[in-house]
Design a protein around this ligand. Sequence first.
Ligand code: TEU
Ligand code: CA
Length: 566
Amino acid sequence: MPGLMCSKLFAMEATVLHKSIKSPEWWRTAVIYQIYPRSFADGNGDGIGDLVGTTARLESLKSLGIDAIWFSPFFKSPQKDAGYDVADYKTIDPLFGTNQDFDDLLAKAKSLELKIIVDLVPNHSSEEHELFKAALRAAPGSAEREMYVFRDGKGDNGELPPNNWESVFGGNAWTRITEPDGTLGQWYLHIFDSSQPDFNWENPKVHALFEDVLRFWLDKGVAGFRIDVAHGMVKEIGLPDVKVPVSQTVGKDRETEHPFWGQEGVHEIIRDWRKIVDEYDDRVMCAEAWVLPLSRMAKWVRPDEYHQTFNFGYLETGWNKEGLLKVVTDSLTEFGKVGAPSTWVLSNHDVIRHVSRYGLPGVPPQGDGIGPNSEQPDEAIGLRKGRAATAFMLGLPGSSYIYQGEELGLPEHTTLDGKYREDPTWFRTKGQRVGRDGCRVPLPWEAQGGASRGFSANGKSWLPQPDSYARYARDLQEGVAGSTLELYKRLIKVRKDHLLGAGEFKFSPDHSSDTTLAYINNDVLVLSNFGPDSVNLPAGKLLVTTQHDLTIEGVLENDQTVWLQI
Ligand code: TEU
Ligand code: CA
């Protein structure tokens, strides 16, 4: 992994990195499950997951032991970026159901004591948002245009984009419009797809728009928000050219300012939102802020800002002893300084599923994906390391995020035919980067459940499942000792029983070696073996092991993790 070259110098110490918390707020310790609505469960047989289908499957999440569910966007949208292009922030897209379906889902979730977090997308809207359509109809310089970022082009006739910014999905970040009178006119900014125009956060009306949206969902009773592109929104005044291409800016170590990531003004917005959220009881906001290093990311979770931020540094570390030692130490230290819990995450809808990442010698850049022509992951090795990595993660203090399907050990779909792809990255790079569809394939619920294995009653599925998903179907794992599903249930239960989310945490040099890493959280010793050989186990009562046969026989095999009560 890049960035870890000097990590050998990182010595392990038995200092307490996290003190135990007596009565933690729920979000400090929560296990939060991400639902990608279009791929979770289809209730009406059109091959796209929806709210009715999801509601019918909620018990399955209760039995997993999670505390809360974060839903990727299900708002009205032309679905050019799978719902991250919102046309109406207060209405459920008919594809997923109705606002009544959401209320029903929320009510059932409440009865099961599951909290619901929704996804807020404030950096941009869809091109089909009424405000953007009004901006296109209005004149340059009008109040309508001021809601977005319109500029005249450069060149003699405005034929060149206003600056050199590139879209995260590839190509130019500016698109030229045809004015209402039919002439070529101004350009609008879109850090993502051209169907996702960026809002103008210099405009107080944009602030008012989102404050209203926050209250709308808070009043409904959601537990909070995951905030999309939480390092975006505000742009440097004057929109200066970038010196570094965007491909080198997402999630990279950047102490320096960048004209469209991590501007100071972002923090003012967050503080305003925090005040609103604090008017309600125990609600929470989690930032999707791809900023590093962790000391910089911690700015997003200062006491009057977000409650949590996704720990992408952790996600990108991989199954790597030195790297995990360093990133866990840094995370607990840096988030601890601002009084925030660390989060832990290994997979989501934007990255290659972690079991598949671990089956490859090197990981493609975030967002590139794996296609039929790429080097293919080793499924068995990846799953083995993936389970061990999850067991390492779920013992850590703080809050953990789980992405739907990882509890089944689902691999990435790495041979998906281009004709099925929907990620704008695929289109904008003309297939050079296959994109993120491979981690978004509908879940297999029942091995004998037809062509989409129980995802949809009639076998339909917006993306086809790979054949291998038959082996991972949930019903084949339910109640089966040693299955990945039962492993996740056990980890989450023991984590709760031993209060690990709020526990006193330290690494344990005494139980670690050149090839193993051990930590102690409350009365639980977690030991992971990264080396090629089995190692002897220390004394202690077996609580969980990732070894399939569930026996330990005094040794821990390679690429396995064990939890012992000491
Ligand atoms: O992602 C924002 C983002 O910057 C990265 O996740 C990444 O650069 C992107 O996935 C491209 O590879 C969020 C959402 O999680 C993602 O699904 C959306 O496409 C994006 O915002 C735009 O709303
Ligand atoms: Ca459906």
